[in-house]
Design a protein around this ligand. Structure first.
Ligand SMILES: *[C@@H]1O[C@H](CO)[C@@H](O)[C@H](O)[C@H]1NC(C)=O
Ligand SMILES: *[C@@H]1O[C@H](CO)[C@@H](O)[C@H](O)[C@H]1NC(C)=O
Ligand SMILES: *[C@@H]1O[C@H](CO)[C@@H](O)[C@H](O)[C@H]1NC(C)=O
Ligand SMILES: *[C@@H]1O[C@H](CO)[C@@H](O)[C@H](O)[C@H]1NC(C)=O
Ligand SMILES: *[C@@H]1O[C@H](CO)[C@@H](O)[C@H](O)[C@H]1NC(C)=O
Length: 421
């Protein structure tokens, strides 16, 4: 009896397997894929608000989660009913829903409570302020919210975004948002990516990094953030990429940055950071890209054992008022592809042979310094580097006699370096 039951169960499971996914009857009409009527109407009305009144959803897409899908709309089944889970507006693909110039965010959008992902690309052109109402409706499901390239989106970021505690990704890139970031964004504890680049945000960076332990990517670049970088940045223990470039940040780079053990990119270019660089930076063994260019940190290279940062691929320390000699530790960085030392006040000789020995080096800029002596790179090196080697504007640097004499290699001679006398 027991055996029989087992056998029939086995048979049943085999049968079930054989009639698996691929042979399931195609869901071809709305009767097989019922969609909550209110959900459907809300979808039509919300989309119509974005793409214009001439768009007639019920006419064109009678079964938006079934046989007449709308580009940019995805659905999923909850309790045997279809609900909209993804909505992306704007020209992402040639056939996606383009936004009209007179668009509006209709309240019906906030009835789509099962949304997991909502994105707007190149949608808002004329000035629009995002209302702060109703975002809480998305609190239990929304994981990704994106506004990309919407120059018309102005005003502050609604503080009610802080209600979206399930958010994993908040991307607010290349819009017209301004003002300070609402402190409520600190409530977004699940966030893995926070990207606010290229808006007009200003004020201090919210000092609540201890609440964002899951964060992998923090990109606040190309805004007008000011003040100092809080030392709590060291609490972002999961961080892989930190991009604060092109802001007005000042003060020292906190030494707590050394706690970011998994960091691969640190881009602080074009701020007003000053002082030295803590040798805690050596502790970030995972670092592959370090960009500090355009900060008045004349002592940045001092006291750092550069040879320890053996994973560095890109090092840009140009235009920082750097003094002293080119640190020899740099010539041990076997993975280095890009080395920008230009427009500083570096003195001493160029360790040509050692730099040439770096197997990956493809760009080397030492122009605009006060380097002295002979440039002793081989013709092969100049050939490999082409325009990605610059040494001009070093009044006391010169090209050795042999290099100047060989007429056949004339085209390889680095520009703006005079012959040695
Ligand atoms: C959309 O089309 C349907 C059917 O043709 C029509 O009944 C309805 O009034 C139209 N709705 C809008 C908003 O134009
Ligand atoms: C939603 O956000 C507002 C504004 O930050 C806040 O006052 C309110 O307490 C939040 N509600 C919940 C349930 O978190
Ligand atoms: C750092 O990366 C390693 C390897 O990917 C991972 O196991 C570890 O959990 C990460 N550390 C943190 C704090 O996220
Ligand atoms: C470079 O350093 C020298 C010597 O310390 C100083 O006289 C000069 O002003 C500095 N130049 C720049 C551009 O910082
Ligand atoms: C360049 O360095 C020399 C010493 O090597 C110093 O005399 C000179 O002032 C420096 N020039 C500039 C422009 O910093």
């Amino acid at each position: 009896m027991l055996w029989q039951t087992f056998y029939s169960l086995l048979l049943l499971s085999l049968l079930f397997r054989c009639t698996g996914d691929e042979s399931l009857p195609e869901v071809t009409d709305s009767e097989n894929s019922p969609m909550d009527k209110r959900e459907r109407e809300a979808l039509y009305t919300a989309i119509q608000g974005f793409v214009g009144d001439s768009w007639n959803g019920s006419d064109l897409y009678p079964d938006p989660c079934g046989w007449s899908p709308i580009q940019g709309v995805s659905c999923d089944i909850y309790n045997d009913l279809w609900y909209v889970t993804d909505l992306s507006l704007g020209l992402i693909h040639t056939n996606s829903l383009a936004c009209s110039s007179s668009l509006e965010i209709r309240p019906e959008l906030f009835e789509l409570k099962h949304l997991r992902s909502l994105s707007f690309f190149n949608c808002f052109i004329s000035p629009t302020v995002v209302a702060k109402e109703e975002w809480i409706n998305f609190a239990s499901n929304l994981e990704s919210l994106e506004f990309r390239s919407n120059p018309g989106l102005i005003g502050k970021l609604p503080e009610t975004f802080g209600n979206l505690t399930k958010l994993k990704s908040l991307v607010v890139l290349e819009n017209g948002f301004s003002g300070e970031l609402p402190a409520s964004i600190c409530n977004l504890k699940s966030l893995k990516r926070m990207a606010f680049a290229a808006n007009s945000f200003k004020g201090m960076i919210p000092n609540c990094f201890n609440k964002l332990k899951e964060l992998l990517i923090l990109d606040l670049s190309r805004n007008s953030f000011s003040g100092s970088l809080p030392s709590s940045v060291g609490d972002l223990v999961s961080l892989l990429k930190l991009d604060l470039s092109n802001n007005l940040l000042q003060g020292n780079i906190p030494q707590e940055i050394g706690s970011l053990k998994n960091l691969t990119l640190l881009d602080l270019r074009n701020n007003r950071f000053s002082g030295g660089l803590s040798n805690n930076i050596e502790k970030i063994q995972s670092l592959t890209e370090l960009m500090l260019s355009g900060n008045p940190m004349s002592e940045a290279m001092k006291g750092i054992k550069w040879e320890k940062m053996e994973n560095l691929v890109i090092l840009d320390v140009s235009n920082m008022g750097l003094r002293g000699e080119i640190p020899t530790g740099l010539t041990n960085l076997k993975r280095l592809r890009f080395l920008g030392l230009n427009d500083n006040n570096l003195t001493g000789s160029v360790p040509s042979e050692k730099l040439e020995a770096l197997p990956c080096l493809g760009s080397l800029y030492i122009n605009g310094n006060n380097l002295t002596g002979e440039l002793r790179f081989s013709n092969k090196f100049y050939e490999k580097m082409g325009g990605r080697f610059k040494a001009s504007k070093n009044p006391n640097l010169c090209l050795p006699f042999e290099m100047v004499m060989s007429e056949s290699h004339k085209h390889l001679r680095p520009l703006g370096v005079k012959p040695c006398t």
